[in-house]
Design a protein around this ligand. Structure first.
Ligand code: DAH
Length: 328
């Protein structure tokens, strides 16, 4: 076979092999084999000495051509190898209408707490938090709840051991704040509380309370009455009426329950408990009960949210059904 035909054979073979190269590693092997310093093209240059004299110029020209053909073919492959052509499904049709992106937003309970907090902040209350795992001292003892009180019953609480429990009320935070702060104090404490209640439309084993506490010299029941009335009018609207009903709580004396009434609804609805902080509670945290008086209140946050938004079932607040949550 003449050297010129060998050159043609080399060209065909090299290009054919290049077509079956599928990744960058194979491509590099190909380059070394054909274009490398010890590659096939280099070897072909040695054939020149065997080429008959009259064919030498032609051979030289063909060899140069072959060199550039292989170089160009190599460069072209380098850009494309390993990058598969996009499958039909991946091709983006820019003329299709876009998908609507729904913006997320706060849970209705979160925004309720925020709204309530803001109203009390305007009245000078700051926000305090306490632990959800509590001891008996903060949940009962310091709140003047006697050892025999039914509220301590094993069946009414989530006890973790003899002295530790999931708090059943946010009144615990009153004690925690007063233990760490000298009077005056003016705080609200929103948070979760836990009670083993059977779940139905109005009960859940976990819910949120809003505790309030104001202790200073000369705080009276009138301050309490005004504060809660103002709050209800800000939160529910100026037409809402409020009333106090005499009640009893171990940690307040006197105690009351606060009810609200909407003009378009026939009945009064209970919102929570309140009263003047019992001197025993002040003494339990080292406050001078001769010098200081205070009021406290505790309200159910779910109950407020249900009222305000006309929601009929507390369970909806915890089921995280976005079709429901989107409405708020
Ligand atoms: N802790 C009470 C409860 O869970 C609510 C309550 C009543 C809180 C009167 C208070 C209060 O601060 O003064 O039922």
């Amino acid at each position: 076979m003449s050297e010129l035909s060998q050159l043609e054979k080399l060209r065909q073979e090299a290009l054919e092999q290049l077509r079956s190269v599928s990744d960058q590693v194979n491509l590099e092997q190909w380059r070394i084999r054909y274009l490398g310093t010890k590659g096939a093209l280099k070897a072909a240059m040695a054939w020149l000495k065997d080429v008959p004299r009259d064919q030498k110029p032609e051979f030289g020209k063909r060899l140069n051509e072959l060199k550039s053909v292989l170089r160009e073919a190599y460069e072209a492959s380098k850009a494309g190898v390993g990058k598969a052509a996009p499958a039909a499904a991946q091709i983006v049709d820019v003329t299709l209408p876009g998908l609507p992106l729904r913006l997320g937003h706060r849970h209705v309970l979160t925004s309720t707490v925020e709204e309530i907090t803001e109203i009390f902040a305007r009245m000078g209350f700051s926000v305090a938090y306490g632990p959800e795992v509590e001891d008996e001292r903060h949940n009962f003892d310091a709140l003047n709840i006697p050892p025999s009180h039914p509220a301590r019953d094993e069946l009414e609480n989530f006890y973790i051991d003899q002295r530790t429990m999931l708090r059943s009320q946010t009144s615990t935070v009153q004690i925690r704040v007063m233990e760490q702060t000298a009077p005056p104090v003016r705080i609200i404490a929103p948070g979760r509380v836990y009670r083993p209640d059977a779940v139905d439309a109005t009960h859940y084993f976990m819910f949120h309370q809003l505790e309030g506490l104001y202790v200073d010299q000369g705080v009276t029941m009138v301050d309490l009455r005004t504060t809660l009335d103002q709050f209800c009018k800000s939160y529910f609207g100026p037409d809402v009426k409020t009333r106090f009903r005499a009640s009893f709580f171990p940690f307040t004396e006197p105690s009351a329950e606060i009810d609200i009434h909407f003009p378009d609804q026939g009945r009064w609805v209970e919102l929570g408990g309140c009263g003047m902080v019992d001197p025993n509670v002040l003494e339990a945290v080292g406050y001078d009960s001769q010098k200081y008086t205070g009021f406290a209140f505790g309200m159910g946050i779910e109950r407020m949210a249900l009222r305000k938004h006309g929601i009929g079932d507390i369970r909806l607040l915890f089921e995280n059904d976005v079709r429901f949550l989107r409405q708020f």
